[in-house]
Design a protein around this ligand. Structure first.
Ligand code: MG
Length: 376
């Protein structure tokens, strides 16, 4: 119990649709629970530099007075976060400093002040607080961010680098999707595309994951991919090779997007003109607030936006889906690539997420036993 005299918090409470503003002269009770969760992939997943079969998650439950919010950190190994770093970060947070889950700019600045980096666990906190914010306001997160469900883009289904036999298997899992995203960047790029084209004519997104080193070969391949029905390409060359990527952008007939080259809002200024667009991921942007800021900034630069994901459950996927109608494209296939999503799958029809009119994230299927211990 954390009561402190003299602290005044403004809390808006809705009752049957009517706003009841309250001044509450006590500290709100914050309870934090987390759960280490190994999210298992349906198929071993390879991109140009790594292969893995599962992804460590830190699932987070924050109780803010009588309102509960859920968050998630997906800590893909090459990004440098782990159960240990996430636990250590959560211990650093003085939750009494996050009494008001409305001022996200201040909250992210506070979290950044505790430790540099660690965007995934910061995202988990931001997502849980956005869930709480929506529940207190009795509004869905998508409505708070001004996203219209009718503008939801189709979501792509990602196929990692693999043998033609395995790719054929994976394509059978992708029948509900209207777009396939293909990981390229090794020496069999054309073989992979030809295998997919022998089975389906759906539009393709390509992610080279920095795998192309020679810009002349890369532009030839980009034209070939364009003729194969590829509509966008993520991170063609090394993230630090700004000139090489900009050279390709000048010449490419299809949009080239920065992914590894852009993590957060502060990275964006240097990318203007070097890419046609960016890939926003909540696990890079420290969650929904800064992800939304990045979408707005990209628009102000005349850049396009793909909203993507890591290996994620329904929790982080719903957070990204709430922003997806503000983006040009979506790649939010996390729950469909995994075997043990602990929550109900989001509603999905005709290749798109259906945003439900539920307060906060709209996360469903939470079992109480999932969050067995309390940090504070
Ligand atoms: Mg990518």
């Amino acid at each position: 119990m954390f009561f402190m005299a003299g602290v005044v918090c403004v809390k808006q409470i809705y009752f049957k649709g009517f706003l009841l503003p309250h001044l509450i002269s006590r500290r709100l009770i914050m309870k934090i629970s987390c759960k280490q969760f190994e999210l298992e992939l349906k198929h071993p997943f390879s991109i140009s530099k790594f292969t893995r079969t599962s992804t460590p998650l830190m699932l987070l439950k924050i109780q803010h007075d009588d309102v509960i919010g859920y968050g998630e950190a997906s800590m893909v190994p090459y990004m440098g976060e782990s159960y240990e770093s996430a636990n250590a970060f959560l211990q650093l947070v003085d939750w009494d400093k996050i009494q008001s889950p409305f001022n996200f700019q201040e909250i992210i600045a506070y979290l950044d002040g505790l430790a540099p980096g660690q965007p995934a666990i910061k995202a988990a906190i931001d997502i849980a607080l956005n869930d709480i914010n929506g529940k207190i306001l009795n509004k869905p997160c998508f409505e708070i961010y001004g996203a219209e469900p009718s503008k939801m883009p189709v979501t792509s289904y990602t196929i990692g680098i693999d043998t033609p036999e395995v790719i054929r298997e994976k394509l059978k899992d992708a029948e509900a999707f209207k777009v396939i995203k293909v990981k390229l960047g090794r020496d069999n790029d054309k073989e992979i595309i030809e295998t997919i084209r022998s089975m389906t004519n759906v539009p393709l997104y390509v992610d080279a994951n920095q795998g192309w080193a020679d810009k002349i070969k890369a532009i030839d391949l980009i034209y070939w991919l364009h003729n194969q029905g590829v509509v966008l390409i993520e991170q063609p060359m090394d993230k630090n090779n700004l000139d090489g990527n900009a050279w390709l952008t000048e010449r490419s007939p299809i949009p080239l997007l920065a992914d590894e080259a852009v993590q957060r809002l502060a990275d964006m200024d240097k990318l203007k003109g070097a890419y046609h667009g960016i890939n926003v991921k909540l696990m890079k942007s420290c969650g929904m607030y800064e992800g939304h800021q990045m979408i707005l900034k990209a628009r102000s630069f005349g850049m396009k936006v793909l909203i993507g994901c890591m290996s994620e459950t329904s929790c982080a996927t719903l957070a990204a889906a709430a922003l997806a109608p503000l983006c040009n494209w979506a790649d939010l296939d996390g729950p469909w690539l995994t075997k043990n999503n602990p929550f109900a799958n989001p509603q999905f029809e005709n290749g798109k997420y259906i945003l439900k009119d539920l307060p906060g994230l709209g996360l469903e299927g939470v079992t109480e036993g999932l969050f067995p211990y309390t940090i504070s």
